[in-house]
Every structure is written in C-alpha cells, then in structure tokens.
Write a protein that binds this ligand. Structure first.
Ligand SMILES: Cc1cc2nc3c(=O)[nH]c(=O)nc-3n(C[C@H](O)[C@H](O)[C@H](O)COP(=O)(O)OP(=O)(O)OC[C@H]3O[C@@H](n4cnc5c(N)ncnc54)[C@H](O)[C@@H]3O)c2cc1C
Ligand code: FES
Length: 266
C-alpha cells in the first residue's frame, strides 16, 4: 500500500559537511517501509520545484522515519532550511525492497557515499552479521560507520584521496575481501553511483555471487507513470526489456542488468 502522508519534521540536523538527517513523524509509511524502499518528498514553499525528490528511508525509530541526505541542489537546499514542526507531504513507501538475505551466505554491504543510508535497514534485518564496505571521495563522505558497527557489522573504509582507510575505491576492498576468503559463499547488497554498481556486478558475475543493486536514477513521478527512470534488463528467457526503477526497482539482481557502456577497467 502506498500512502500520501503529511509528516511533521521532528528534527533536521547537519551531521558533517553537506550531509543531514531529517526525522519525520510518520504513522503510515514508517509502519510499513521495508529495507531499500524509498519515499518521494514534496519540496515545501517552492512552487517552482514541482517534482518530488526521492530518498531512501534510512531507518525507523520511535514512530519516526529518518532520511539521511546530501545537499546537492535546489530541492535539498530547501529541505535543509526546513524547520522543526514544519509539515512535509511524503509519498511512500515506494519501490521494491531488498529481498531477505540468504541465511547460508555471508552478507557484504557495499556503499558509495549516501548509498549507506539505503543499506542500514538491510543491516538491521540480516540475521547474520557480515562486512560493510564504505567508499567515498574523502573522509567526509564515509557515512554511518559507527552505526553499522553498533549493529555488530565489521566495517572497512576506502577513500579516493586516502584521507581515511584504504586509498582507492570501495571495490578494492571488495577484491581484497574476496581474495582473503576464497571459499566463502557471499551475497552482496550494494547502493551507490552507477559506476560502482557496475563494478560490483562484474565481480559478482565473475565469482558466481548473488548481488542485489539499488539504483539511484533521476525520477519524475516516482510511481511508474512518466518513464523518466527506465533501465534495461534481461528477463529469464533472455529477452531485453525496459523496466522502471521506481516501480520494478530500485533494487535489481545484478545478473539481470543490461549495462550500456563498456565497463572497461573498473
Ligand atoms: C531511489 C532513490 C533513493 C535516493 N536516496 C537518497 C538518499 O538516501 N540520500 C540522498 O542524499 N539522496 C538520495 N537520492 C538522490 C536524491 O533524490 C537527489 O540528490 C535529490 O533529488 C536532488 O534534488 P535537488 O533538487 O537538491 O538537486 P537537483 O537540483 O535536482 O540536482 C542537483 C545535482 O544533483 C544531481 N542529481 C539529482 N538527482 C539525482 C539522482 N537521483 N541521482 C544522482 N544525481 C542526482 C543532478 O544531476 C545535479 O547535478 C536518491 C535517489 C533515488 C532515485
Ligand atoms: S519516475 Fe516516473 S516512471 Fe519512474
């Protein structure tokens, strides 16, 4: 069931750099959202910003849902200025959630930047704790490490500028993990930029690992009507078809994705 809910802002705090946490009192959406689903938020006070903005639900606590967001443009700037007690129109929960983790596999969560927010509820739901790999451009883009550790997950970090953890990409951490534990039966859950998802998918295919990818596409309607968010996949019969990230996704099994560009050396 999808709700259109008016949610009170309980908190909207900066957590370093351009990142913020928005806490929304919610009865309907918070009570039914699953790991990996998202909400579509109407930007208040700005009639020129007609399109809602999509955000993963980071977590649900004390009758509130929390959104972990980065201020990147006009809509998120307005959100950042939204004060406590303001009312926001929120549509959700939307999209297809991550599936339950395979109890026989070691779960590995792979996050690029704010992709960590989409994976936190997966980390809460997995009965078996595994490893979280966090990547970002710089130390300030490594998010929620302490929160994942508090849930009992091992956390490893890579930054492109070397300011925290390994100097390199999050997929370098993934390569090292796979190399350290050659016989391990892994399952990957990933959210981040599309290049990162493609690199995770490539490793999963090479190693015969099941991988679930959450795509962060630009969206229009968020409910399957406008086709702004389409992606090509192959169905079980090998036929190529277009799916909507907002309806059939945002989570897809890596093996079904048709990648447009040559992955090259990723
Ligand atoms: C399913 C889903 C879940 C998401 N979850 C989160 C989340 O948990 N936290 C978070 O911070 N953001 C998340 N996003 C991205 C978020 O929706 C955008 O950052 C937001 O809509 C930007 O709005 P804006 O008006 O501030 O930026 P705009 O003014 O619209 O754009 C500013 C810049 O951001 C880029 N941009 C805008 N939207 C996206 C997008 N969807 N993906 C990549 N680049 C984009 C634009 O190309 C432009 O360069 C998610 C997106 C999707 C589709
Ligand atoms: S955003 Fe409109 S169909 Fe997906």
């Amino acid at each position: 069931m999808i709700y259109m809910e008016t949610c009170r802002v309980e908190d909207n705090r900066g957590v370093g750099g351009e990142y913020r946490i928005l806490v929304l009192r919610s009865e309907q959406i918070a009570g039914s959202v699953l790991p990996g689903q998202f909400v579509h938020v109407r930007i208040p006070r700005r009639n020129d910003l007609v399109l809602r903005r999509p955000f993963s639900v980071f977590r649900v606590r004390n009758g509130c849902m929390e959104i972990f967001y980065k201020v990147v443009g006009a809509g998120t700037r307005v959100l950042a200025e939204t004060r406590r007690h303001a009312a926001l129109s929120v549509l959700g929960p939307l999209g297809r959630a991550f599936p339950d983790a395979d109890p026989d596999a070691e779960p590995v969560l792979v996050a690029g930047g704010y992709g960590a927010a989409a994976l936190y509820m997966v980390a809460e739901a997995c009965r078996r704790r595994g490893t979280v790999l966090l990547g970002g451009a710089s130390a300030g883009d490594i998010l929620l490490g302490t929160e994942f550790e508090s849930l009992g997950w091992r956390v490893e970090v890579a930054t492109e500028d070397g300011s925290l953890g390994l100097k390199g990409r999050v997929t370098d951490l993934l390569d090292a993990l796979i190399a350290r534990r050659p016989g391990e039966h892994f399952e990957f859950f990933a959210c981040g930029p599309e290049g990162m998802l493609r690199a995770v998918a490539r490793r999963a295919m090479q190693k015969g690992v099941r991988a679930w990818l959450s795509f962060d596409r630009r969206m229009g309607c968020g409910v399957g009507a406008c086709l702004a968010c389409v992606l090509d996949v192959r169905d079980e019969g090998g036929r190529r078809r277009r799916v909507r990230v907002c309806r059939e996704g945002p989570v897809f099994e890596a093996g079904t994705i048709v990648w447009e560009e040559d992955p090259g050396d990723d």
